[in-house]
Design a protein around this ligand. Structure first.
Ligand code: SIN
Length: 331
């Protein structure tokens, strides 16, 4: 842990996990041919001034391309966040992260921390070595949110826009403003260091979250939950194969399935029949819509439950956390 400046001020801790924001390319003109997760988090803060009365400190928690994010890193990150949030002089946290799975990490952290202080994920679409990198401004904006009075919960800051953990999604492959919040819309904007809120911050519900955090800290392993997509000519064979694997006594058998469903949660009939067989065999099944916006409006006689507004990747995390209550704990 590196304290950059302290002298009795309130602190914002910046936790590094890798991503394009920490990426290096061979040439300054190259915005896409880089290696993510190369530059240390302390170096990423070079030239960024802390707001008045705030000291910045850094901790490198991981150094990965976020496509390779793992449950092990999530567990470590959640525990480091819980540690820092409990320090009375810490105003908030910033997490530098890759854009590709940022929404999953945000949802996971909100589920296990639901903090009453701000935890602000930020990122970049261009590597640190770019001619005109977007990371430094995003970090500066994230620090502004982390020390904003009244801000709380896990949020993401990119291109001057603040998104809530439950709503945020990467919606563009290349644009600097790569995230959206769907129907819900952003929580706030950051303009020249000032935070302009337009919606309320994510709710803090620390007791329920603490139970989840204790479970992940004590879990021998996370329950395996897979995602299967419904599409034209979809088949049930993938689901049937997972059921057979489980019945054969394989190590780490599937315990849950998220079906990425069409529209209002509908499934190709072949996939639905296989899902009902899997459910009868003891696998937890949830339908989540593959639509970018909207939610599944439940129908009264549905045989497979739905994930409401959660995207398939977020529904997978929610189901894994739910199934974890049934996992044996270490020791
Ligand atoms: C990553 O997600 O780590 C790489 C891509 C990015 O950060 O934009």
């Amino acid at each position: 842990m590196v304290d950059i400046l302290r002298e009795g001020k309130r602190r914002v801790i910046v936790l590094g996990t890798g991503g394009t924001i920490a990426g290096r390319a061979e040439a300054v003109g190259d915005n896409i041919g880089y290696t993510a997760g190369q530059v240390g988090v302390t170096e990423l803060l070079g030239g960024i001034e802390a707001p008045n009365g705030i000291a910045l400190a850094t901790e490198q928690v991981a150094q990965v391309d976020s496509k390779d994010m793992s449950f092990a890193i999530w567990s470590t990150l959640a525990l480091r966040c819980a540690h820092w949030l409990a320090e009375p002089d810490v105003a908030g946290l910033v997490i530098t992260h890759g854009t590709d799975t940022l929404e999953e990490t945000a949802f996971f952290l909100q589920s296990v921390l639901a903090p009453s202080k701000p935890v602000v994920l930020t990122c970049a679409m261009r590597p640190a070595t770019a001619l005109s990198p977007d990371g430094p401004q995003n970090v500066r904006d994230a620090v502004a949110v982390a020390c904003e009075p009244g801000a709380q919960g896990v949020v993401a800051v990119c291109a001057g826009t603040v998104h809530g953990a439950f709503d945020v999604q990467k919606v563009h492959t290349y644009r600097l403003d790569a995230f959206g919040s769907g129907d819900a819309g952003p929580l706030a904007y950051v303009e020249e260091g000032a935070v302009r809120s337009v919606r309320s911050w994510p709710a803090s519900s620390s007791q329920e979250a603490r139970g989840r955090l204790e479970r992940i800290a004590g879990a021998a392993r996370w329950p395996r939950v897979e995602i299967v997509l419904s599409h034209a000519e979809a088949r049930g064979s993938l689901v049937d194969a997972l059921v057979r694997e489980r019945q054969s006594g394989a190590a780490d058998p599937v315990q849950g399935l998220v079906l990425a469903a069409t529209g209002n949660g509908t499934l190709h009939q072949a996939l639905e029949e296989a899902a009902l067989r899997a459910q009868a065999a003891g696998i937890a099944i949830v339908r989540a819509t593959r639509c970018m916006q909207g939610r599944i409006l439940s129908t009264p006689n549905a045989l497979l439950r739905d994930a409401g507004a959660l995207t398939p990747v977020k529904a997978r995390i929610a189901l894994a956390l739910e199934l974890m209550t049934e996992q044996p704990a270490v020791g």
